[in-house]
Design a protein around this ligand. Sequence first.
Ligand SMILES: *[C@@H]1O[C@H](CO)[C@@H](O)[C@H](O)[C@H]1NC(C)=O
Ligand SMILES: *[C@@H]1O[C@H](CO)[C@@H](O)[C@H](O)[C@H]1NC(C)=O
Length: 229
Amino acid sequence: MPSPTALSSVLFFFLFLVPIVQSQISIPARYDGFVYKNHRVSSDSVMIDAFFDPICPDSRDSWPPLKQALHHYGPAVSFVVHPFALPYHDNSFVASRALHIVNKLNSSATYDLLELFFNHQEEFYNKQTFNMSRSTIVSHIVQFATKAVGNSFYSAVASGFEDRNTDLTTRISFKYGCSRGVFGTPFFFVNGFALPDADSAIDYDGWRRILEPLVGKSTARREEPVHYF
Ligand SMILES: *[C@@H]1O[C@H](CO)[C@@H](O)[C@H](O)[C@H]1NC(C)=O
Ligand SMILES: *[C@@H]1O[C@H](CO)[C@@H](O)[C@H](O)[C@H]1NC(C)=O
C-alpha cells in the first residue's frame, strides 16, 4: 500500500507539475509540417493533416491512394504531412529530422525524401540496424537524404544534424501530434476532425467517399459571389 504521503505527492505532481510542464511547450513561429506542392492551405479548400512515421509500413501503404486522390482534386484539397516518430521504431526520429533538414534546404524536395524513405524502408527497420552504431545510421541517412535534395547539398545535410534547431523542430512535430491525441501512424485529420479508425488503410475510393461531399460544398460556397456580378 502506498502511504498517504506518497499518494498526495503523486496527486501534487498531476495537479500542479503536469500543467506547468505542458505550458512550457513553446508555440512555434509557423504551423508545423510539410505542405504538399500545389495543395497550399486556403480558406476555401478542404484541409487534410496526415501524421506519418517515415519508417512505418502502414504510413507507406496509405500514401499512394491518398496521393492519387490529392491529384484528382488539385488545389481544392490542401495537404500537410507532420512527421510523427513512433518510439518503437528506432530510426524514425533521425528520419523525421532528415525531412526537416531537407525541407529547410529545399522544400520542394521534402516529399521526394519521404517517398525515398517509404520505398527503402527496410534498410531502416529495427532488426536491420540492430548492430549499427548511431553515427553509422546518421551518416547513412545523410547520404540517403542527399539523394533527394541533390549532391551539392551533402555537407549542408550533414551539418543539419549538428544544428540544434533541426532537433527542436522535429520535437515540435512530435509534440504537436501528441497534443492532437495522435497515438499511431498513419493518422488523419480532415478539416481538423480525426478520421475514425484512422490507422486502418483508406484506399482511393475511400478517400473519394470522404472528400467528394466536402469538396462539393466548399466549391459551391466559393462560387456563390459570382451571382452578384
Ligand atoms: C528543389 O527541388 C526541386 C524538386 O526536387 C528541384 O526541381 C529544384 O531544382 C530544387 N531547387 C534547388 C535550388 O536545388
Ligand atoms: C549482431 O552481431 C552479433 C555479433 O556479431 C551477431 O551474432 C548477431 O547475429 C547480429 N545481429 C543481427 C540482427 O544482425
